[in-house]
Design a protein around this ligand. Structure first.
Ligand SMILES: *Cc1c(COP(=O)(O)O)cnc(C)c1O
Length: 400
């Protein structure tokens, strides 16, 4: 038996590393749900999430994973047979669509190749054709965690407006919130879906839906059956209703600490940190790719996500074996290829509680894994990442 020492590096794109402070916050006894403390804590989280979502409307918290919030978003605003439009950006857009179909919606997909972001022009053209306004909503995934393309949420909003269409606008920000700008009110998004365990630094188990006034209005007449997910019931002033039953106390303790950490850094600070560390990862991959072996899945550099990067491996190699190898040999967990990229790609998560040494350690382990597996790559990717990090380190401070 091999005994492992030191830290395991978790670079799966969910769940991510849970900060020590967040773990500690959960290490306490359960409390009286109807005492003073729990309702106060829960209320502070509900209110502070609005700041993260950039909304003055409502945000709801579910004791559920992202799939739960996906379902909540759908069943609160739609009725059986409603038609929705989903641009295909990767596996997560398809899965949200499959869920909508299972719940009784008519789902129309805008085709995509999983290597490019959603095309706003395609959205506008389809909506402009829909003179009868049969399409009730557009569902967009901001960062599709399988393809790791980030779509332009604001541009899709403009496309809906340009078509003069009244469709609701629902956005999945599960793998993007905290890494890149998302302004729910300014961009007139009706429903934003997110979850605790990606860039928001919580353990898995909580998810969120932000709902605009227009979405809350739609909920009043939406006829898909729902109870646990129901926004209208959760708006009750009695705190027992906020969670449709017992609040997930320890997850709320964790959320409170994670939100405090996020606010200490500032949302803008978190975006900058993610952008810079993501660019270091991209510099390494771009360098490895010079040998013609590994490659970026996302074709357009500006569409590459700041939270996770999918790397394609050559046909002759199995990316699942690479992942196992990297985990068992170097104690670094990577994400696998999802859906049609299964066995063909691996994913490097770079979101949440990450810093330079964490990412450099991970990149060095990936480079060593490429070498050990005999996958063609250009040596020196880690050096390219170091150069970029050194070049951009403390720039603001040095300029001062
Ligand atoms: C992780 C993820 C989901 C699913 O979340 P779960 O918590 O695994 O249910 C949905 N959408 C995106 C974009 C994700 O990254």
């Amino acid at each position: 038996m091999t005994v492992k020492r030191g830290r395991h590096f978790l670079l799966t794109p969910g769940p991510t590393n849970v900060p020590e402070r967040v773990l500690q916050a959960m290490n306490r006894q359960a409390i009286d749900i109807s005492g003073d403390e729990f309702p106060r804590l829960a209320r502070s989280c509900l209110d502070d999430l609005k700041h993260v979502f950039r909304t003055e409307s409502e945000v709801f918290i579910y004791a559920a994973n992202g799939h739960g919030a996906w379902e909540a978003a759908i069943c609160n605003v739609f009725s059986p047979g409603d038609r929705v439009l989903i641009p295909i950006s990767g596996n997560f857009a398809e899965s949200w669509g499959a869920m909508a179909e299972a719940l009784g919606l008519e789902v129309e997909y805008l085709p995509g190749d999983w290597r490019h972001a959603a095309d706003p022009a395609q959205v506008e053209a389809r909506l402009a054709e829909d003179k009868a306004h049969e399409i009730k909503a557009v569902l967009l995934v901001q960062t599709d965690t399988a393809s790791t393309v980030t779509s332009d949420v604001q541009a899709v909003r403009r496309a809906i407006d340009a078509a003069g269409h009244p469709a609701l606008y629902l956005v999945d920000a599960i793998a993007s919130m905290g890494t890149v700008e998302l302004r729910m009110d300014d961009w007139q998004i009706d429903v934003v879906v997110s979850a605790s365990q990606k860039a928001l630094m919580g353990p898995p188990g909580l998810s969120f839906t932000g709902a605009s006034a227009k979405a809350l209005k739609a909920a009043e007449s939406a006829r898909l059956p729902r109870r646990y997910w129901d926004w209208c019931l959760r708006l009750d002033p009695q705190e027992y209703r906020w969670f449709c039953g017992t609040g997930p106390e320890h997850l709320i303790f964790a959320l409170r600490e994670a939100l405090d950490m996020l606010f200490e850094e500032g949302l803008e600070g978190a975006f900058r940190r993610h952008a810079r560390l993501a660019e270091a990862v991209r510099r390494a991959i771009a360098h490895w790719a010079k040998a013609g072996g590994v490659a970026f899945n996302a074709v357009v550099p500006a569409e590459r996500a700041n939270s996770v990067t999918t790397v394609l491996v050559p046909e002759a190699f199995d990316s699942a074996a690479l992942r196992v190898f990297c985990r068992e040999t170097f104690d670094v967990s990577l994400g696998g290829g999802l859906g049609k990229l299964q066995g063909k790609a691996f994913r490097i998560g770079h979101m949440g509680d990450i810093n330079e040494p964490f990412m450099l350690g991970a990149l060095a382990s990936v480079e060593a894994t490429l070498q050990l597996m005999g996958i063609p790559y250009e040596k020196g990717g880690v050096t390219a990442a170091i150069d970029y990090l050194a070049d951009t380190a403390g720039k603001a401070e040095r300029a001062a």
